[in-house]
Design a protein around this ligand. Sequence first.
Ligand code: NAD
Length: 372
Amino acid sequence: MNSRRQFLQKLGISALALQFAPKVWASPAAKNIKVSDGKVLRVAIMGLGSYGTRVAEAMQSCTRAKLVGLISGTPSKIKAWQSKYGIADKNCYNYENFDQIKNNPDIDAVYVITPNALHHDEVIRVAKAGKHVICEKPMAINPQEAQEMIDACNKAGVKLLVGYRMHFEPHTLEVIRMRKAGELGKIRFFQGLSGFTMGGDPNQWRLNKALSGGGSMMDIGIYSVNGSRYMVGEDPTWVTAQETKTDTVKFKEGIDETIQFQMGFPSGVVASCLSTYNMNSLDRFFLDGEKGYAEMYPATNYGPIQGRTNKGELNQPITIHQAVQMDEMAAIIFDGKQPEVPVDGYEALKDLKIVAAIYEAARTGKKVEIAI
Ligand code: NAD
């Protein structure tokens, strides 16, 4: 059975309907979604900003996850979201009182979607409240914080998952399948290009190191770091890196504008990557093997993801990434399902170790060994 058929069947679409099924999975109205027989993951979103808004919208298409709670410092946003999504007053919190969520039996998990530097304390507070945690990328701003978050969740006996939506994306999974099946031959090279032109308010948190933990590497370059690992199927053992900055007013000390970095992997694969806040439409992965290649462009944006290999265009279903992610996370939390590519805290810790090594290599000009 091909993966498109499997995917549509996962959505509950019958064999007859499959004959007429469009390539695009259009988002049906939430009321038409068939709720799964499995236990539904009841989620509170913390941080009602731009990505939180996207996740909430996407969750209207979920079959196993449901938005039931809100955590925000802005009462007017809470009111608007309550009426839009039908959220009960008793499931709404602010940043001062959300520890009380421990007394709320109607919330299973909190999805932390706030500025990067806040994730550490917020995740630990959620863990102490006894709720499962889903945290946005980058999970933390350095490996030490990431380790503390993992430890806190382990101690509390709750799951810690990270919003790595690409780990559930069908084109991405097909390339991984091809690589694992040997269809590309022995892998030799990966290229990852991740960037966009940063515009907008010069005072936004992404340009403030205290809240972001860094610049383009933390925000967008991490897609090439993480992508290199799932495309190659190994973790790098060394990095070299070079930083360039054209605008020292916009990108202050500690906020990297552009970093080129190279990585070496145990099998001898080499990677060449670019992370930037100063170039448009950079969202491309290229994986080269002795028997074939795969190119993804766009590789990580909200889609539609497109890709081709030496065998032709990839034709997997187009999905709403955040909806699939949340349904899959329900299965990970409740059924112990093992995803094809992990989305746990250890996965995020690896990425943060690599990012720290890239920053060190850019600062020192030296090749930095990574122990993962
Ligand atoms: P945003 O600025 O749009 O939203 C951030 C939210 O956090 C806002 O509602 C803001 O009010 C709230 N907040 C709480 N405390 C704050 C404080 N002290 N300072 C500033 N804001 C505070 O940002 P965003 O784009 O939604 O990003 C949030 C997180 O989601 C980041 O970690 C980012 O990396 C991640 N993200 C992930 C994806 C993805 O595709 N997985 C995409 C975008 C953003």
